[in-house]
Design a protein around this ligand. Structure first.
Ligand SMILES: Cc1ncc(C[n+]2csc(CCOP(=O)(O)OP(=O)(O)O)c2C)c(N)n1
Length: 546
Protein backbone atom coordinates (compact mmCIF):
# COMPACT_ATOMS: atom_id res chain seq x y z
CA UNK A 1 0.00 0.00 0.00
CA UNK A 2 1.34 3.46 -0.93
CA UNK A 3 1.28 6.66 1.07
CA UNK A 4 -1.02 9.65 0.67
CA UNK A 5 1.99 11.52 -0.76
CA UNK A 6 2.40 8.85 -3.43
CA UNK A 7 -1.29 8.99 -4.17
CA UNK A 8 -1.00 12.74 -4.83
CA UNK A 9 1.80 12.18 -7.34
CA UNK A 10 0.03 9.21 -8.95
CA UNK A 11 -3.17 11.25 -9.28
CA UNK A 12 -1.29 14.07 -11.01
CA UNK A 13 0.41 11.66 -13.40
CA UNK A 14 -2.88 9.87 -14.11
CA UNK A 15 -4.22 13.23 -15.28
CA UNK A 16 -1.38 13.96 -17.64
CA UNK A 17 0.54 16.25 -15.32
CA UNK A 18 4.19 15.54 -16.02
CA UNK A 19 5.88 18.45 -14.25
CA UNK A 20 5.72 20.06 -10.83
CA UNK A 21 7.51 23.18 -9.63
CA UNK A 22 8.70 23.32 -6.05
CA UNK A 23 10.69 24.97 -3.34
CA UNK A 24 11.33 22.24 -0.77
CA UNK A 25 10.23 22.40 2.85
CA UNK A 26 10.44 20.23 5.93
CA UNK A 27 6.65 20.16 6.10
CA UNK A 28 6.26 18.06 2.97
CA UNK A 29 9.17 15.64 2.98
CA UNK A 30 6.73 12.78 2.40
CA UNK A 31 5.53 14.35 -0.85
CA UNK A 32 9.06 15.12 -2.00
CA UNK A 33 9.97 11.50 -1.33
CA UNK A 34 7.06 10.40 -3.49
CA UNK A 35 8.64 12.37 -6.35
CA UNK A 36 11.97 10.62 -5.88
CA UNK A 37 13.22 8.65 -8.85
CA UNK A 38 10.07 9.15 -10.93
CA UNK A 39 10.66 9.24 -14.66
CA UNK A 40 7.06 10.19 -15.42
CA UNK A 41 7.07 13.53 -13.60
CA UNK A 42 9.69 16.26 -13.76
CA UNK A 43 10.46 18.03 -10.50
CA UNK A 44 11.67 21.57 -11.22
CA UNK A 45 13.56 23.00 -8.28
CA UNK A 46 12.89 26.72 -7.94
CA UNK A 47 14.35 29.49 -5.76
CA UNK A 48 11.19 31.36 -4.83
CA UNK A 49 7.61 30.21 -4.59
CA UNK A 50 6.28 33.21 -6.55
CA UNK A 51 8.50 32.30 -9.49
CA UNK A 52 7.59 28.63 -9.12
CA UNK A 53 3.92 29.62 -9.22
CA UNK A 54 4.34 31.82 -12.30
CA UNK A 55 6.20 28.96 -14.01
CA UNK A 56 3.35 26.59 -13.24
CA UNK A 57 0.84 29.10 -14.60
CA UNK A 58 2.74 29.53 -17.86
CA UNK A 59 3.08 25.76 -18.15
CA UNK A 60 -0.66 25.35 -17.65
CA UNK A 61 -1.33 27.99 -20.32
CA UNK A 62 0.68 25.89 -22.75
CA UNK A 63 -0.63 22.44 -21.82
CA UNK A 64 -4.21 23.15 -20.75
CA UNK A 65 -3.59 20.91 -17.74
CA UNK A 66 -3.31 22.24 -14.19
CA UNK A 67 0.00 23.84 -13.30
CA UNK A 68 1.22 22.42 -9.99
CA UNK A 69 3.49 23.82 -7.32
CA UNK A 70 4.51 22.23 -4.04
CA UNK A 71 5.53 24.51 -1.22
CA UNK A 72 6.28 24.51 2.48
CA UNK A 73 3.91 25.75 5.18
CA UNK A 74 3.61 29.44 6.36
CA UNK A 75 6.53 31.23 4.63
CA UNK A 76 6.43 29.09 1.48
CA UNK A 77 2.66 29.27 1.26
CA UNK A 78 2.79 33.06 1.73
CA UNK A 79 5.33 33.51 -1.05
CA UNK A 80 3.05 31.55 -3.38
CA UNK A 81 0.07 33.88 -2.86
CA UNK A 82 0.73 36.01 -5.96
CA UNK A 83 0.47 32.93 -8.16
CA UNK A 84 -2.87 31.95 -6.65
CA UNK A 85 -4.18 35.47 -7.32
CA UNK A 86 -2.79 35.38 -10.87
CA UNK A 87 -4.30 31.97 -11.61
CA UNK A 88 -7.66 33.26 -10.38
CA UNK A 89 -7.69 36.43 -12.50
CA UNK A 90 -6.01 34.81 -15.50
CA UNK A 91 -8.42 31.82 -15.46
CA UNK A 92 -5.64 29.26 -15.29
CA UNK A 93 -6.03 25.75 -13.84
CA UNK A 94 -3.60 25.64 -10.96
CA UNK A 95 -2.98 23.45 -7.93
CA UNK A 96 -0.99 24.63 -4.93
CA UNK A 97 0.00 21.81 -2.59
CA UNK A 98 1.15 22.91 0.86
CA UNK A 99 2.79 20.79 3.52
CA UNK A 100 0.83 21.65 6.66
CA UNK A 101 2.04 21.28 10.26
CA UNK A 102 1.49 17.85 11.81
CA UNK A 103 -2.12 16.96 12.60
CA UNK A 104 -1.53 17.05 16.37
CA UNK A 105 -0.43 20.70 16.07
CA UNK A 106 -3.11 21.98 13.70
CA UNK A 107 -4.91 25.11 15.06
CA UNK A 108 -2.38 25.50 17.87
CA UNK A 109 -0.70 28.52 16.26
CA UNK A 110 2.27 26.24 15.94
CA UNK A 111 5.51 27.00 14.12
CA UNK A 112 4.79 28.40 10.62
CA UNK A 113 1.14 27.41 10.83
CA UNK A 114 -1.55 29.18 8.79
CA UNK A 115 -5.18 28.23 8.29
CA UNK A 116 -5.09 28.11 4.48
CA UNK A 117 -8.83 27.84 4.13
CA UNK A 118 -9.07 31.31 5.63
CA UNK A 119 -5.99 32.68 3.92
CA UNK A 120 -6.89 31.54 0.44
CA UNK A 121 -10.64 31.34 0.93
CA UNK A 122 -11.16 34.75 -0.65
CA UNK A 123 -9.50 34.05 -3.98
CA UNK A 124 -8.91 30.34 -4.54
CA UNK A 125 -11.69 28.38 -6.24
CA UNK A 126 -11.42 25.73 -3.58
CA UNK A 127 -9.20 25.17 -0.56
CA UNK A 128 -8.99 21.84 1.24
CA UNK A 129 -7.16 20.59 4.29
CA UNK A 130 -6.84 16.83 4.19
CA UNK A 131 -6.82 15.35 7.67
CA UNK A 132 -7.68 11.79 6.70
CA UNK A 133 -5.48 9.90 4.19
CA UNK A 134 -8.58 7.96 3.14
CA UNK A 135 -9.91 11.23 1.64
CA UNK A 136 -6.81 11.85 -0.51
CA UNK A 137 -8.08 10.25 -3.74
CA UNK A 138 -11.37 12.11 -3.46
CA UNK A 139 -9.53 15.37 -2.76
CA UNK A 140 -7.34 15.00 -5.85
CA UNK A 141 -10.38 14.16 -7.98
CA UNK A 142 -12.16 17.29 -6.85
CA UNK A 143 -9.02 19.43 -7.08
CA UNK A 144 -8.44 18.59 -10.72
CA UNK A 145 -12.12 18.89 -11.60
CA UNK A 146 -12.45 22.25 -9.85
CA UNK A 147 -9.26 23.69 -11.30
CA UNK A 148 -10.15 22.80 -14.88
CA UNK A 149 -13.89 23.29 -15.25
CA UNK A 150 -16.12 26.36 -15.60
CA UNK A 151 -13.80 29.30 -15.21
CA UNK A 152 -10.50 27.49 -14.61
CA UNK A 153 -8.65 28.66 -11.53
CA UNK A 154 -6.57 27.92 -8.45
CA UNK A 155 -7.13 25.15 -5.97
CA UNK A 156 -5.18 24.90 -2.71
CA UNK A 157 -4.57 21.61 -0.92
CA UNK A 158 -2.96 21.63 2.51
CA UNK A 159 -1.82 18.26 3.82
CA UNK A 160 -0.32 17.80 7.30
CA UNK A 161 3.13 16.26 7.15
CA UNK A 162 2.03 13.10 8.97
CA UNK A 163 -0.90 12.60 6.58
CA UNK A 164 1.49 12.71 3.62
CA UNK A 165 3.38 9.71 4.96
CA UNK A 166 0.33 7.79 6.16
CA UNK A 167 -0.86 4.74 4.17
CA UNK A 168 -3.57 5.54 1.63
CA UNK A 169 -5.39 2.56 0.21
CA UNK A 170 -6.85 3.92 -3.03
CA UNK A 171 -6.09 3.87 -6.73
CA UNK A 172 -5.53 7.24 -8.41
CA UNK A 173 -8.33 8.47 -10.64
CA UNK A 174 -7.48 9.70 -14.11
CA UNK A 175 -7.63 10.87 -16.72
CA UNK A 176 -10.81 12.45 -15.46
CA UNK A 177 -13.72 13.10 -17.76
CA UNK A 178 -13.74 16.62 -19.15
CA UNK A 179 -16.91 18.65 -18.68
CA UNK A 180 -17.83 19.97 -22.11
CA UNK A 181 -21.40 21.20 -22.15
CA UNK A 182 -23.15 21.70 -25.46
CA UNK A 183 -25.60 24.52 -26.18
CA UNK A 184 -29.30 23.73 -26.21
CA UNK A 185 -30.66 23.61 -29.80
CA UNK A 186 -33.15 26.50 -29.27
CA UNK A 187 -30.27 28.74 -28.13
CA UNK A 188 -28.26 27.78 -31.19
CA UNK A 189 -31.22 28.59 -33.40
CA UNK A 190 -31.74 31.96 -31.70
CA UNK A 191 -28.11 32.89 -32.08
CA UNK A 192 -28.14 31.87 -35.74
CA UNK A 193 -31.12 34.11 -36.37
CA UNK A 194 -29.54 37.01 -34.48
CA UNK A 195 -26.29 36.67 -36.38
CA UNK A 196 -28.30 36.59 -39.55
CA UNK A 197 -30.32 39.68 -38.66
CA UNK A 198 -27.50 41.81 -37.25
CA UNK A 199 -26.27 44.76 -39.27
CA UNK A 200 -23.24 45.53 -37.12
CA UNK A 201 -22.30 42.35 -35.24
CA UNK A 202 -19.16 42.11 -33.15
CA UNK A 203 -17.57 39.08 -31.52
CA UNK A 204 -15.62 39.58 -28.31
CA UNK A 205 -13.57 36.46 -27.85
CA UNK A 206 -11.75 35.40 -24.72
CA UNK A 207 -9.68 33.00 -22.73
CA UNK A 208 -12.00 30.00 -23.00
CA UNK A 209 -10.91 29.64 -26.63
CA UNK A 210 -7.27 29.35 -25.57
CA UNK A 211 -7.14 25.60 -25.86
CA UNK A 212 -6.41 23.01 -28.55
CA UNK A 213 -8.66 23.62 -31.54
CA UNK A 214 -10.12 26.83 -30.12
CA UNK A 215 -8.23 29.20 -32.38
CA UNK A 216 -9.01 27.22 -35.54
CA UNK A 217 -12.70 26.96 -34.64
CA UNK A 218 -12.87 30.69 -33.94
CA UNK A 219 -11.21 31.72 -37.19
CA UNK A 220 -13.36 29.37 -39.22
CA UNK A 221 -16.52 30.71 -37.59
CA UNK A 222 -15.60 34.36 -38.15
CA UNK A 223 -14.71 33.75 -41.78
CA UNK A 224 -17.83 31.71 -42.50
CA UNK A 225 -20.14 34.32 -41.00
CA UNK A 226 -17.99 37.30 -42.00
CA UNK A 227 -17.87 38.64 -38.44
CA UNK A 228 -15.37 41.16 -37.07
CA UNK A 229 -13.84 40.36 -33.70
CA UNK A 230 -12.02 41.96 -30.83
CA UNK A 231 -10.10 39.93 -28.26
CA UNK A 232 -10.39 40.30 -24.52
CA UNK A 233 -7.55 41.72 -22.43
CA UNK A 234 -4.15 40.30 -23.41
CA UNK A 235 -5.58 37.53 -25.59
CA UNK A 236 -3.97 38.77 -28.82
CA UNK A 237 -2.79 35.30 -29.78
CA UNK A 238 -6.30 33.94 -30.38
CA UNK A 239 -6.48 35.26 -33.95
CA UNK A 240 -4.03 36.46 -36.59
CA UNK A 241 -3.84 40.19 -35.84
CA UNK A 242 -3.33 40.97 -39.51
CA UNK A 243 -6.55 39.17 -40.40
CA UNK A 244 -9.12 41.34 -42.19
CA UNK A 245 -11.64 40.56 -39.40
CA UNK A 246 -9.34 41.38 -36.46
CA UNK A 247 -10.44 44.66 -34.90
CA UNK A 248 -8.06 44.85 -31.95
CA UNK A 249 -8.20 44.16 -28.24
CA UNK A 250 -10.01 45.41 -25.20
CA UNK A 251 -7.07 46.91 -23.34
CA UNK A 252 -6.16 49.26 -20.53
CA UNK A 253 -6.89 52.43 -22.47
CA UNK A 254 -8.85 52.00 -25.70
CA UNK A 255 -9.08 55.39 -27.44
CA UNK A 256 -12.44 57.20 -27.42
CA UNK A 257 -12.65 57.12 -31.24
CA UNK A 258 -12.36 53.34 -31.25
CA UNK A 259 -14.86 52.97 -28.44
CA UNK A 260 -17.33 55.18 -30.33
CA UNK A 261 -17.25 52.71 -33.22
CA UNK A 262 -17.45 49.66 -30.94
CA UNK A 263 -20.52 51.21 -29.32
CA UNK A 264 -22.31 51.18 -32.66
CA UNK A 265 -22.46 47.36 -32.71
CA UNK A 266 -26.03 46.09 -32.74
CA UNK A 267 -25.09 42.58 -31.62
CA UNK A 268 -22.27 41.78 -29.23
CA UNK A 269 -21.39 38.10 -28.99
CA UNK A 270 -19.15 37.60 -25.97
CA UNK A 271 -17.62 34.25 -26.82
CA UNK A 272 -15.66 32.52 -24.08
CA UNK A 273 -14.86 35.89 -22.54
CA UNK A 274 -15.60 37.10 -19.05
CA UNK A 275 -16.81 40.71 -19.12
CA UNK A 276 -14.53 41.83 -16.33
CA UNK A 277 -12.94 45.15 -15.45
CA UNK A 278 -10.39 45.78 -18.22
CA UNK A 279 -12.17 43.88 -20.98
CA UNK A 280 -15.34 45.88 -20.29
CA UNK A 281 -13.35 49.15 -20.11
CA UNK A 282 -14.04 49.60 -16.41
CA UNK A 283 -17.59 48.23 -16.71
CA UNK A 284 -18.53 50.84 -19.34
CA UNK A 285 -18.66 48.61 -22.45
CA UNK A 286 -21.30 47.53 -23.10
CA UNK A 287 -23.57 49.80 -21.08
CA UNK A 288 -24.07 48.67 -17.49
CA UNK A 289 -26.49 47.00 -16.61
CA UNK A 290 -28.64 46.89 -19.74
CA UNK A 291 -26.39 46.87 -22.82
CA UNK A 292 -27.24 49.26 -25.64
CA UNK A 293 -27.03 46.41 -28.14
CA UNK A 294 -28.18 42.81 -28.09
CA UNK A 295 -25.80 40.84 -25.89
CA UNK A 296 -25.31 37.12 -26.39
CA UNK A 297 -22.96 35.78 -23.74
CA UNK A 298 -21.45 32.33 -24.18
CA UNK A 299 -19.19 30.99 -21.45
CA UNK A 300 -18.54 27.57 -19.91
CA UNK A 301 -19.21 29.00 -16.47
CA UNK A 302 -22.81 30.09 -15.80
CA UNK A 303 -21.61 32.34 -12.98
CA UNK A 304 -19.59 34.38 -15.50
CA UNK A 305 -22.78 35.34 -17.31
CA UNK A 306 -25.18 38.05 -16.17
CA UNK A 307 -22.97 39.19 -13.31
CA UNK A 308 -22.67 42.82 -14.48
CA UNK A 309 -24.29 42.97 -17.90
CA UNK A 310 -27.76 41.64 -18.62
CA UNK A 311 -27.47 39.13 -21.43
CA UNK A 312 -30.33 38.78 -23.92
CA UNK A 313 -29.12 35.28 -24.63
CA UNK A 314 -27.19 33.45 -21.90
CA UNK A 315 -25.56 30.21 -22.96
CA UNK A 316 -23.49 28.27 -20.44
CA UNK A 317 -21.60 25.91 -22.70
CA UNK A 318 -18.22 25.18 -24.18
CA UNK A 319 -17.65 27.84 -26.87
CA UNK A 320 -16.17 25.30 -29.26
CA UNK A 321 -19.24 23.13 -28.91
CA UNK A 322 -21.37 26.15 -29.75
CA UNK A 323 -19.30 27.02 -32.81
CA UNK A 324 -19.63 23.45 -34.05
CA UNK A 325 -23.39 23.59 -33.53
CA UNK A 326 -23.77 26.97 -35.25
CA UNK A 327 -22.24 25.68 -38.46
CA UNK A 328 -22.26 27.85 -41.56
CA UNK A 329 -24.76 30.64 -42.29
CA UNK A 330 -27.67 29.94 -44.61
CA UNK A 331 -26.91 33.10 -46.57
CA UNK A 332 -24.12 35.64 -46.67
CA UNK A 333 -24.85 39.03 -45.08
CA UNK A 334 -25.22 42.11 -47.28
CA UNK A 335 -21.68 42.39 -48.59
CA UNK A 336 -21.38 46.18 -48.91
CA UNK A 337 -22.93 47.06 -45.55
CA UNK A 338 -20.91 44.43 -43.73
CA UNK A 339 -17.69 45.49 -45.42
CA UNK A 340 -18.31 49.09 -44.35
CA UNK A 341 -18.82 48.04 -40.74
CA UNK A 342 -15.71 45.88 -40.73
CA UNK A 343 -13.69 48.67 -42.35
CA UNK A 344 -14.79 51.17 -39.71
CA UNK A 345 -13.67 48.85 -36.91
CA UNK A 346 -10.43 47.77 -38.50
CA UNK A 347 -9.51 51.35 -39.45
CA UNK A 348 -9.65 52.34 -35.76
CA UNK A 349 -7.52 49.36 -34.85
CA UNK A 350 -4.93 50.20 -37.50
CA UNK A 351 -4.59 53.70 -36.06
CA UNK A 352 -3.64 52.10 -32.74
CA UNK A 353 -1.49 49.32 -34.13
CA UNK A 354 0.73 51.45 -36.33
CA UNK A 355 4.13 51.82 -34.62
CA UNK A 356 4.96 55.41 -33.81
CA UNK A 357 8.15 57.34 -34.46
CA UNK A 358 9.68 59.11 -31.49
CA UNK A 359 11.77 62.24 -31.48
CA UNK A 360 13.80 61.59 -28.33
CA UNK A 361 17.47 61.42 -27.50
CA UNK A 362 17.53 60.01 -23.95
CA UNK A 363 17.70 56.37 -25.04
CA UNK A 364 15.96 53.90 -27.32
CA UNK A 365 12.14 54.12 -27.51
CA UNK A 366 11.09 50.64 -26.41
CA UNK A 367 8.18 50.67 -28.85
CA UNK A 368 10.76 50.61 -31.66
CA UNK A 369 12.39 47.57 -30.03
CA UNK A 370 9.06 45.78 -29.85
CA UNK A 371 8.12 46.72 -33.42
CA UNK A 372 11.42 45.38 -34.72
CA UNK A 373 11.02 42.12 -32.81
CA UNK A 374 7.44 41.90 -34.05
CA UNK A 375 8.48 42.25 -37.68
CA UNK A 376 11.03 39.46 -37.23
CA UNK A 377 9.09 37.16 -34.93
CA UNK A 378 9.50 33.48 -35.83
CA UNK A 379 6.23 31.79 -36.80
CA UNK A 380 6.30 29.50 -33.78
CA UNK A 381 7.62 31.99 -31.21
CA UNK A 382 6.36 32.18 -27.65
CA UNK A 383 6.46 35.72 -26.26
CA UNK A 384 6.32 36.27 -22.53
CA UNK A 385 5.76 39.71 -21.04
CA UNK A 386 6.18 41.16 -17.58
CA UNK A 387 4.14 44.13 -16.33
CA UNK A 388 5.29 47.68 -17.01
CA UNK A 389 5.19 50.44 -19.54
CA UNK A 390 7.75 48.69 -21.77
CA UNK A 391 5.11 46.00 -22.39
CA UNK A 392 2.39 48.33 -23.69
CA UNK A 393 3.49 48.22 -27.36
CA UNK A 394 3.66 44.40 -27.29
CA UNK A 395 -0.13 44.35 -27.31
CA UNK A 396 -0.41 46.86 -30.15
CA UNK A 397 2.43 46.53 -32.60
CA UNK A 398 3.30 42.82 -32.65
CA UNK A 399 1.02 41.19 -35.22
CA UNK A 400 0.55 37.91 -33.39
CA UNK A 401 -0.63 34.96 -35.44
CA UNK A 402 -1.23 31.42 -34.14
CA UNK A 403 0.70 29.25 -33.48
CA UNK A 404 2.66 32.14 -31.98
CA UNK A 405 1.77 32.46 -28.33
CA UNK A 406 1.52 35.39 -25.96
CA UNK A 407 2.00 34.64 -22.28
CA UNK A 408 1.25 37.87 -20.43
CA UNK A 409 -0.25 38.28 -16.96
CA UNK A 410 -3.85 39.36 -17.37
CA UNK A 411 -3.70 40.31 -13.70
CA UNK A 412 -0.75 42.61 -14.45
CA UNK A 413 1.55 41.00 -11.90
CA UNK A 414 5.16 42.10 -12.11
CA UNK A 415 7.63 39.23 -11.95
CA UNK A 416 5.71 37.02 -14.37
CA UNK A 417 7.81 37.46 -17.52
CA UNK A 418 11.03 35.62 -16.69
CA UNK A 419 9.51 32.59 -14.94
CA UNK A 420 6.96 32.29 -17.75
CA UNK A 421 9.79 32.24 -20.28
CA UNK A 422 11.62 29.53 -18.33
CA UNK A 423 8.48 27.40 -18.15
CA UNK A 424 7.87 27.92 -21.87
CA UNK A 425 11.46 26.91 -22.63
CA UNK A 426 11.02 23.73 -20.58
CA UNK A 427 7.70 22.86 -22.23
CA UNK A 428 8.58 23.81 -25.82
CA UNK A 429 12.33 23.29 -26.12
CA UNK A 430 12.51 23.81 -29.88
CA UNK A 431 10.32 26.91 -30.11
CA UNK A 432 11.93 30.33 -29.79
CA UNK A 433 11.04 31.93 -26.46
CA UNK A 434 11.35 35.71 -26.16
CA UNK A 435 10.82 37.53 -22.87
CA UNK A 436 10.18 41.27 -22.53
CA UNK A 437 10.85 42.52 -19.02
CA UNK A 438 11.57 45.83 -17.27
CA UNK A 439 14.36 46.52 -14.82
CA UNK A 440 11.78 46.67 -12.03
CA UNK A 441 10.06 43.39 -12.82
CA UNK A 442 13.30 41.58 -13.59
CA UNK A 443 14.48 41.96 -10.00
CA UNK A 444 11.13 40.94 -8.53
CA UNK A 445 11.78 37.45 -9.82
CA UNK A 446 14.58 36.74 -12.30
CA UNK A 447 16.23 34.04 -10.19
CA UNK A 448 14.43 31.51 -12.42
CA UNK A 449 17.25 32.05 -14.91
CA UNK A 450 19.10 29.57 -12.70
CA UNK A 451 16.67 26.92 -13.95
CA UNK A 452 17.24 28.11 -17.53
CA UNK A 453 20.96 27.72 -16.97
CA UNK A 454 20.63 24.29 -15.35
CA UNK A 455 18.36 23.01 -18.15
CA UNK A 456 20.32 24.78 -20.91
CA UNK A 457 17.34 26.72 -22.28
CA UNK A 458 18.19 29.10 -25.14
CA UNK A 459 15.91 31.90 -23.95
CA UNK A 460 16.03 35.40 -25.38
CA UNK A 461 15.53 37.95 -22.62
CA UNK A 462 15.06 41.59 -23.64
CA UNK A 463 15.39 43.80 -20.61
CA UNK A 464 14.25 47.41 -20.74
CA UNK A 465 16.52 49.48 -18.51
CA UNK A 466 15.14 52.89 -17.64
CA UNK A 467 16.10 52.95 -13.96
CA UNK A 468 12.51 53.47 -12.89
CA UNK A 469 9.11 51.99 -12.27
CA UNK A 470 8.10 54.01 -15.30
CA UNK A 471 4.50 52.83 -15.47
CA UNK A 472 3.90 54.40 -12.06
CA UNK A 473 6.20 57.37 -12.63
CA UNK A 474 4.10 58.34 -15.68
CA UNK A 475 0.95 58.33 -13.59
CA UNK A 476 2.61 60.42 -10.91
CA UNK A 477 3.72 62.94 -13.53
CA UNK A 478 0.16 63.11 -14.78
CA UNK A 479 -1.60 63.36 -11.44
CA UNK A 480 1.06 65.03 -9.27
CA UNK A 481 3.19 66.97 -11.80
CA UNK A 482 6.74 67.47 -10.55
CA UNK A 483 6.11 65.42 -7.39
CA UNK A 484 7.39 61.99 -8.30
CA UNK A 485 8.47 59.83 -5.40
CA UNK A 486 9.35 56.18 -4.95
CA UNK A 487 9.59 55.47 -8.67
CA UNK A 488 13.29 56.01 -9.52
CA UNK A 489 16.07 53.63 -8.57
CA UNK A 490 19.69 52.63 -9.14
CA UNK A 491 20.43 49.38 -10.92
CA UNK A 492 23.05 46.69 -10.51
CA UNK A 493 25.14 45.78 -13.54
CA UNK A 494 22.62 43.67 -15.45
CA UNK A 495 25.32 42.55 -17.88
CA UNK A 496 27.12 40.81 -15.02
CA UNK A 497 23.87 39.24 -13.89
CA UNK A 498 23.12 37.98 -17.39
CA UNK A 499 26.59 36.50 -17.75
CA UNK A 500 26.39 34.94 -14.30
CA UNK A 501 23.40 32.96 -15.53
CA UNK A 502 25.27 31.79 -18.64
CA UNK A 503 23.76 34.24 -21.14
CA UNK A 504 25.56 36.02 -23.92
CA UNK A 505 24.95 39.69 -23.19
CA UNK A 506 24.45 42.59 -25.62
CA UNK A 507 23.82 46.19 -24.63
CA UNK A 508 21.70 48.28 -26.98
CA UNK A 509 22.20 51.99 -26.34
CA UNK A 510 21.20 53.53 -29.66
CA UNK A 511 18.92 53.05 -32.64
CA UNK A 512 21.95 52.00 -34.68
CA UNK A 513 22.77 49.21 -32.24
CA UNK A 514 19.13 48.20 -32.20
CA UNK A 515 19.29 47.14 -35.84
CA UNK A 516 21.37 44.11 -34.83
CA UNK A 517 18.60 42.78 -32.56
CA UNK A 518 16.93 40.38 -35.03
CA UNK A 519 20.26 38.69 -35.67
CA UNK A 520 20.92 38.37 -31.93
CA UNK A 521 17.50 36.81 -31.35
CA UNK A 522 18.12 34.35 -34.15
CA UNK A 523 21.31 33.05 -32.50
CA UNK A 524 20.94 29.52 -31.13
CA UNK A 525 22.11 30.06 -27.54
CA UNK A 526 20.73 32.03 -24.58
CA UNK A 527 20.76 35.78 -25.23
CA UNK A 528 20.35 38.61 -22.78
CA UNK A 529 19.78 42.00 -24.38
CA UNK A 530 19.82 45.11 -22.23
CA UNK A 531 18.16 48.09 -23.87
CA UNK A 532 18.92 51.61 -22.65
CA UNK A 533 15.29 52.69 -22.77
CA UNK A 534 14.05 56.24 -23.26
CA UNK A 535 11.79 57.67 -20.58
CA UNK A 536 10.85 60.65 -22.72
CA UNK A 537 9.23 58.31 -25.24
CA UNK A 538 6.67 57.15 -22.67
CA UNK A 539 5.84 60.61 -21.33
CA UNK A 540 2.77 61.25 -23.57
CA UNK A 541 -0.77 61.09 -22.24
CA UNK A 542 -2.59 57.81 -22.33
CA UNK A 543 0.27 55.59 -21.29
CA UNK A 544 -0.73 52.49 -19.45
CA UNK A 545 0.18 50.99 -16.11
CA UNK A 546 0.31 47.29 -15.53
C1 LIG B 1 3.82 42.62 -8.07
C2 LIG B 1 3.47 44.00 -8.50
N1 LIG B 1 3.84 45.05 -7.74
C3 LIG B 1 3.56 46.31 -8.15
C4 LIG B 1 2.88 46.52 -9.31
C5 LIG B 1 2.54 47.96 -9.75
N2 LIG B 1 3.31 48.25 -10.98
C6 LIG B 1 2.78 48.08 -12.22
S1 LIG B 1 3.85 48.44 -13.43
C7 LIG B 1 5.05 48.88 -12.33
C8 LIG B 1 6.39 49.35 -12.79
C9 LIG B 1 7.14 48.35 -13.61
O1 LIG B 1 8.48 48.76 -13.68
P1 LIG B 1 9.48 48.12 -14.71
O2 LIG B 1 9.46 46.66 -14.64
O3 LIG B 1 10.80 48.76 -14.49
O4 LIG B 1 8.89 48.55 -16.12
P2 LIG B 1 8.63 50.03 -16.66
O5 LIG B 1 7.26 50.42 -16.24
O6 LIG B 1 9.69 50.92 -16.10
O7 LIG B 1 8.74 49.91 -18.15
C10 LIG B 1 4.59 48.71 -11.01
C11 LIG B 1 5.43 49.02 -9.82
C12 LIG B 1 2.46 45.38 -10.05
N3 LIG B 1 1.75 45.48 -11.16
N4 LIG B 1 2.80 44.14 -9.63
Amino acid sequence: MGTAGELIVDSLVANGIDRVFCVPGESYLGLLDALYGRADIDTVVCRHEAGAGFMAIADARLTGRPGVICVSRGPGASNAAIAVHTAQQDEVPFILIIGQVATRNVRRDSFQEIDYRQMYGAFAKWCAEVTDPARMAETMLRAIQTATTGTPGPVVIAVPEDVLTAPADAAPVGPQAVVRAAAAPPDVATLRSWLDAATRPLVLCGRSLDRPGGREALRNFLEQWNLPAVVSFRCQDLLPNAHRLYAGDMGLANPPDQMAVLRRADLLLALGARLTDITSQGYTYPDLVRPQMRLAHVHPDPSAIGTHFAADLAVACDPQELLAALGAPARQPDGAARAKWIDALVAEWHKIATPRRFDVDDGVPFEEVVALVGRNLPNDAIVTVDAGTFGVPVYRVIPFAPPQRLLAPIVGAMGFGVPAAVAAGLREPVRPVICFVGDGGFLMTGNELAVAMERKLPLKVILSENRSYAAIWIQQEREYPGRTVGTMFANPDFALIGRAFGFEVTRVASREELQGLPEIIARPGPQFVIVETSLDAVRPEGSEGS
